[in-house]
Design a protein around this ligand. Sequence first.
Ligand code: ATP
Ligand code: MG
Length: 731
Amino acid sequence: MDYLKGLNEAQYEAVTALEGPLMVLAGAGSGKTRVLTMRIAHLITNLVDPFNILALTFTNKAAKEMKIRIAKVVGDSEARSLWMGTFHSVFARILRSEAHFLGFPSNFTIYDSQDSLNVIRKVLKELNIDADLYKPKKVQARISNYKNNLITVKAYFNNPELIEADERANMKQIGLIYQKYVDVCFRNGAMDFDDLLLKTNELLTRFPEILAKYQDRFRYILVDEYQDTNHSQYLIVKALASKFENICVVGDDAQSIYSFRGANILNILNFKKDYPDAKTVSLEQNYRSTQNIVNAANVVISKNVQQFKKNVFSENEEGEKIKVYRSLSDADEANFVASNIWEMHNSAQRKFTDFAILYRTNSQTRAFEDALRRKNIPYRVYGGLSFYQRKEVKDLIAYLRLLVNENDSEALTRIINYPARGIGETTQNKLIVFADSQNISVTQVLDNLGFYAPRMSLNNGILTKLSDFWSMIKAFQVMLKTENVYSVTMEVAKRSGLIKFLKDDQTPEGISRVENVQELMNSMQGFLEEQIQLDDGDASLSNFLENIALSADTQTDKNDDDTDKVSLMTIHLSKGLEFPIVHLVGLEENLFPSFMSSSTREEVEEERRLFYVALTRAEKQAFFTYAISRFQWGKITDAEPSRFLSEVDAQYLEFINPAIESRFVNHSGITSNIFDDLPSEPRFYKKKEEKKTLQRDEPIAIPQNLKPVATARIINPSGNSSQDIEVGDKV
Ligand code: ATP
Ligand code: MG
């Protein structure tokens, strides 16, 4: 039992207490996830069938990593039969096999948040509701909130308090929008992300025999990051565990950072109420980080009033102090981080994967991407607009969705005239209006075009186009019965005219669109190979679509996990992960804490927990950066350092700003080199006309024959204005 040797006493206790309810409540880096992983290995070693184990993780990535670790102890084939993944992916899988109980097709489409926003926009339009008063995103958040609290449309209309609350918020029409939204999704055979949980709850409450079936299957249930489960998730777990009560949850209240999505810290408190006999274990030793990092994180989180007091310590090396860099602008900040990574990569022989850049909001990525790219540092952005949400990729996927689920009218409207085939908006509207008037779907109209055509005023030319389009879709469907998904998709991309349409655009953007389509094909190839290797592999198109709909966290350019890249992500996405060196950037008031969440104590406390999460990702070293001015919302704004910086006791920090002047080396009177990786003899190329007094942030066009190699600051001779520019060699 080698795997048990690497555990401390408390961890050992948690791993080996196989039966009964158990909660591990402990600080960051104390081995909660490790306990969960080893517990699963231990269960299997003790002859529990992996098929009877359900493990719920926070990201797909986490599930994948845990599976690999478990496989090392119990072997591949055992690990493969585990039910392990995010709530959404596990329950999507269950819903697929039980969908008919709820009146959904088993090939239901999963709407990501963009799709669902599109539906909301259409609903608003149909109901003639002003989208300025009812901002679609706000409506979406409200509906999501209802769903996560299991408030169905019916429950909503039966609850005068909710209706009144919405009236007070000047959102009296919400109920109506909600109803229509749910109707449209149902008609389209689609579920949004929240539905995956809501419908699972519905399934388990309305059909006792189904509940019993899954209770018997999931005899052992384990949940990581329990502090961030919402009400809907809580109820699912509770229902499934109620028969055997072999439930183990691990979490840290100090890392609860999803309350804006309905995460409910009370779930931890309720655990003891729900299972009065529950065993609780606390872990105190942090194995991840240096003492300096752990102590700094502890000081900050202790400022929160709302928390369980915990003792967290590290016996690792004391480590270096956290270096704090004050930058002049967001571009300067990004350049510092990129140079720092470059330097540590070269001098300290660090791999690029050792580095993470963590930020509060997605919009901060661009500056870092630019700076890294200039230095040719490979990087990977997690989250944000994922690969599968890029327009050209979504367009091709829409064709595939339509093949699997004809009723998916979102997909249909996306591609019926894309690439353009003469089926304009007027025609589309006629179809929709007619279908509505007959109480049938557009698909049904298209299926029986000959029959319905005389009752719609469509001319023969249009009719031919419609029937050509629909026969093409039908032909793809037939092909799907005999050919693999890769060949079918290739055929779709060609015959629909999509590839040709994209290839006609020879601009760099156009070329990259074609490459993205190619990348989608590659990821499909990867999927096929993966499924073939699995015992219970499912190489169907609907499984492929489900995988990508749920892959928001793993994202980007397919299977490149092993390559050496710097990770860029929001703090939210970094939860549970660890990196030797972390750059926590944008530590400014109104950015972090965010201007949207610094008005109440509760909000600031959640931001502080975010800060705690970010800092505790670092193993060896952490860097804090902030800018004194930042380009935001289209203008330069002055920024103040974040309050969290001052909350970290100064003994843990080291300010590394060199005196500003010393960073400039005179060159040709106006150009100076600020970054170390420039050649000692700057080989700048300067155009004569640029030798003028430059205003700060005044843009300079870089001549096309220049290859940027670094960033330099230009100051005018009097020294009272400066600007960062890209400089380079002649190519
Ligand atoms: P978080 O709250 O951030 O999710 P966690 O409590 O889940 O953290 P883990 O990720 O499980 O912590 O562990 C943190 C690190 O410490 C991991 O690299 C893990 O391998 C290591 N670790 C945990 N327990 C031990 C131990 N007993 N001996 C050595 N290393 C350990
Ligand atoms: Mg963890």
